[in-house]
Design a protein around this ligand. Sequence first.
Ligand code: ADP
Ligand code: MG
Ligand code: MG
Ligand code: MG
Length: 400
Amino acid sequence: MSNYHPLTEVEAIEIAKTIPGIFDSEGELVSREIGDGNLNLVFHVGQPSTGKSVIVKQALPYAKVVGESWPLTLDRARIESEALKIEGRLAPGLVPEVYHTDNELALTVMEDLSNHVIMRQGLIEGGVYPKFANDISEFMARTLFFTSDLGMNQQEKKLLVHSFANPELCKITEDLIFDHPYTDADTNSFDPHLKEQAEKLWADTELHLEVAILREKFLTHAQALLHGDLHTGSIFITPESTKVIDPEFAYFGPIGFDIGAVLANLLLHFASQENWSADEASRQTRRQYLVQSIREIWVSFERKFRALWNEHGTDRIAKTAGYQDDYMQRLLQDTVGFTGAKMVRRIVGLAHVADIDRIPDPIVREKAQRLALEIGKSLIKRNRQVTSIEQLINIADSAS
Ligand code: ADP
Ligand code: MG
Ligand code: MG
Ligand code: MG
């Protein structure tokens, strides 16, 4: 019999108390559920007398989407906890510290990052994050290199691939990113003014071919342990610090899928400047900042990944002449394709982004939506021809 049940705020306190070395035995603990409650509970447990706190995140056995509820494996809590530990080892300081894991209760007790803000909100408020490109490229280069066949023993990797199979969450991603947006699916959701744009997507066979190839890579290319959901809502940030959270979608997939998630969310924010910038001049400045971040993320990622390869590459495959250049070129092309796919789904698919959905004026919102769709479609269509990150940037610039 499983011991699983959704925790109350009082039970979250009891669990938090068992973590050694955080709280004073004297002072009272206060608990508050702060998650959005669609998939997981997130409790903030603090001790006012000492100012200490932890986060208790617990998976719920169902997903609540558009009023409906369907079962969803609790095993994702184990995946999230294990992924955070691996990421913390490979990229120290760039994820919350994990204090405790309970697979039966499907929970993780971790470092409280309430002194950071969720990057999506930070960007909407006009935040500038000078360390972000360096930190996120470091996170991706190190976690992805050291879990790939280039940086890890092949037999160990096979076992890890098995333990991170994550079939249910992969199926959600497959449907929502690579399937539903390209057909008249019930789960799709878009403003009525976008109906004609959506119908064009459903009829675009050139686009469908590229999406099928990206989907194949998503399903079969077990290149490295991905975060799997690396949008700006999974990043806690300040000007001085970056922390990646929420890797419950982690699985072994194509490296470009993670990089594409980051770039897509910066480009969605780029498209949303129709609203968030006050005038044309500040819009230009803001877009240049976002484009420069994208450039720096790719360039730093590539430099760091190549350096790790040169220093740690496994003899078995890493030393073949010409292989590194070929590999990096394919990574860039995958990145461009997945960037496009992750933009399109946020406009017509099930889950949108606040950057665009919160635009109050429907005409301004439609402009942002059309721009994001335009950029996304171009990136998908051209991904296999791209040879430089500047081409991705040109596509965004010339559409805007
Ligand atoms: P979900 O998988 O349900 O999206 P997240 O891990 O993204 O859950 O967390 C949801 C929200 O809970 C975050 O946006 C953040 O506000 C809060 N949260 C999650 N983890 C932490 C943390 N370590 N420190 C502070 N707040 C957190
Ligand atoms: Mg959420
Ligand atoms: Mg989340
Ligand atoms: Mg999540």
